[in-house]
Design a protein around this ligand. Structure first.
Ligand code: ADP
Length: 357
């Protein structure tokens, strides 16, 4: 069992920088939580407060109902995996994985059994006698995970564990971490700036910006119903397109296009008549065939789809850039005009930047 309750956590560093504001989260036993956001938004600080590597300035932290706000890191029964592996170069893989247990003076037979079991899970059985420098980056990352596994902690904490790996290895290691989570059924908290990792790994995502939690939800919830402009622009790749529009007579209008609203959208936007709102549309929700005109800049074939970068026709205003992810193989040339339509629209309040629901 490992439930974690984070209650109104604040972190203010000695130089008076407040890195985390009023962080609240109930992590369920066995849950995989991903903290995601741009660099400097307070993800690592939050993770380090949970690990006990940073003091908590205000708020409470409970593990299975027990208050551990001020408990030293070594008493928290959590294991952390870092991006830089932090392996001991002079020790073998086996010794690296056994190290924390040796320190604790566990029975050598028990240590041996645990190291072999972890190596088996991670596919490192043949590497146990090697030194870290003889391993690939991906294998080193697995040794770092092995070191965490042998401790059989209540909670695994990952701080950007894949950011030193190349793209292909990142994908493979991501799948290994998922398998590991399934097998061990452990509670995991994982920090990354990469929205793809968040979408593919998480049971629930916590999206942060500038020390504040912006939204907590399943990957699908954050993708389908982002709470505000920040989450809408951060989750999804390529990012959502945004345009200023005025709501008038059942239409969303600007100088480039007029979009007829559905009945549901009319109802949603009833109090915005005559007002400006932000319309968001994901590149993959744009299709050919409507009457929004796009002047093509570039055409990138991805196989199943084509990324078309362009501008809403004729204008050079900053808000007129658009990226469309069109189905199939397209061969547009720079300067072509394509007619598109927005299949699924999101609307955001101009003042609060919150999604209009
Ligand atoms: P992230 O993990 O999202 O990149 P961090 O949690 O590392 O962000 O940092 C959040 C903010 O706290 C940043 O503004 C960073 O500069 C600041 N910060 C991090 N560590 C310290 C520290 N030891 N002392 C002072 N400020 C820090």
């Amino acid at each position: 069992m490992a439930n974690i309750s984070l209650q109104h956590l604040d972190k203010i560093y000695d130089n008076n920088v407040q890195a985390v504001f009023d962080f609240n989260l109930e992590v369920k036993d066995g849950e995989f939580i991903v903290l995601v956001g741009p660099s400097g938004c307070g993800k690592s600080t939050t993770l380090r407060m949970i690990a006990g590597l940073e003091d908590i300035s205000a708020g409470r932290l409970l593990l299975d109902g027990e208050d551990i706000t001020a408990a030293p890191a070594k008493d928290r029964d959590m294991a952390m995996v870092f991006q830089n592996y932090a392996l001991y170069g002079h020790m073998t893989v086996y010794e690296n994985m056994a190290f924390s247990l040796t320190l604790r003076k566990e029975d050598p037979n028990v240590i041996h059994r645990k190291v072999l079991a972890a190596a088996e899970i991670l596919g490192l059985t043949d590497q146990l006698n090697k030194k870290p420098k003889q391993l690939s980056g991906g294998q080193r990352q697995r040794v770092a995970m092995g070191r965490a596994i042998v401790r059989n902690p209540k909670v695994f904490l990952f701080d950007e564990p894949l950011s030193n790996l190349d793209a292909k290895l990142r994908g493979a290691t991501r799948r290994e971490i998922l398998l590991l989570h399934k097998r061990m059924n452990a509670t995991m908290l994982y920090v990354t700036h990469d929205q793809t990792e968040a979408l593919t790994l998480a049971d629930r995502i916590v999206c942060m910006s500038m020390g504040h939690v912006q939204q907590v939800g399943t990957p699908l919830e954050l993708y389908e119903t982002p709470a505000n402009l920040f989450v809408a622009s951060f989750i999804g790749l390529p990012p959502m397109n945004f345009f200023n529009v005025t709501i008038r007579n059942g239409q969303a209008v600007n100088k480039y296009f007029t979009v007829a609203l559905t009945d549901a959208e009319k109802q949603l936007l009833a109090t915005y008549e005559g007002k400006e709102v932000t319309l968001g549309v994901r590149p993959e929700n744009i299709a050919t065939g409507g009457d929004v005109q796009v002047k093509v800049f570039s055409n990138e074939n991805l196989g199943m789809s084509t990324l078309v970068h362009g501008r809403l026709c004729g204008e050079h205003a900053a808000d007129a850039a658009i990226t469309c992810k069109l189905r199939g193989w397209c061969d547009y040339k720079a300067g072509d005009t394509v007619n598109v339509l927005f299949e699924k629209r999101h609307f955001f309040d101009k003042e609060t930047t919150n999604a209009i629901r």
